[in-house]
Design a binder for this molecule. Structure first.
Ligand SMILES: Cc1cc2nc3c(=O)[nH]c(=O)nc-3n(C[C@H](O)[C@H](O)[C@H](O)COP(=O)(O)O)c2cc1C
Length: 181
């Protein structure tokens, strides 16, 4: 599959870091884009530079990225984490940076979109924007870990979310034990 991973400036860089680590050996064709805020938060929270992760990287202003056009064939867009700012821009079709333009393209081409917000508590504006993107066909997977697999480290707790993201992307994984298996 051809996939775009978008990273925006919510807290939770570790979710992006763990997702990219899981995708690396998957053999899928992965492209990356991250907002300026995400680049900064990636460094501060996780010591990660998304520009040097071994995937093709496109800056927020680079509208020459192939996935900025519907004519290039892609399968999945996942935005991890998705800030409420980016969610709002996407929900209202602003398309003013590569991330929101890519979401706009994936919506119009009826492609798979996964958004992983991390914010608490939620305002009515957040909830309405999540409702809008859900109605438009996106899947909202909040960055809310589960605990029935008894995670012992932050990474294991984070992976309970990353595993659900991978499942919805259609990427085989055994990151966490599955319930009842
Ligand atoms: C200290 C700090 C923490 C933040 N944490 C979050 C967060 O967890 N979730 C969120 O949606 N926004 C958070 N924000 C707000 C986003 O960084 C802000 O909306 C920014 O404009 C997002 O830009 P981007 O979506 O282009 O990356 C935080 C901002 C700051 C300064």
């Amino acid at each position: 599959m051809k996939m775009v991973i978008g990273i925006s400036g919510a807290s939770g860089a570790i979710y992006a870091q763990r997702l990219l680590a899981a995708l690396k050996p998957s053999g899928h064709d992965i492209s990356l884009t991250a907002s300026e805020n995400a680049l900064q938060i990636g460094q501060e929270e996780a010591g990660i530079d998304y520009r040097e992760c071994g995937f093709p990287f496109f800056t927020p202003r680079d509208f020459t990225a192939p996935f900025a056009s519907g004519s290039a064939r892609y399968d999945v867009l996942a935005i991890v984490p998705c800030s409420m700012g980016t969610l709002g821009r996407i929900a209202h079709g602003l398309s003013d940076d590569l991330l929101s333009r890519t979401a706009d393209v994936f919506f119009k081409e009826r492609r798979k979109i996964i958004l992983v917000p991390r914010e608490t508590p939620l305002s009515l504006i957040h909830i309405e924007n999540m409702r809008l993107v859900t109605l438009a066909g996106a899947t909202v997977i909040p960055a809310i870990p589960s605990f029935y697999s008894k995670p012992k480290t932050i990474e294991e707790a984070v992976d309970t979310v990353v595993a659900r993201i991978l499942d919805h992307m259609g990427v085989e994984n055994n990151l966490r034990p599955r319930y009842g298996v």
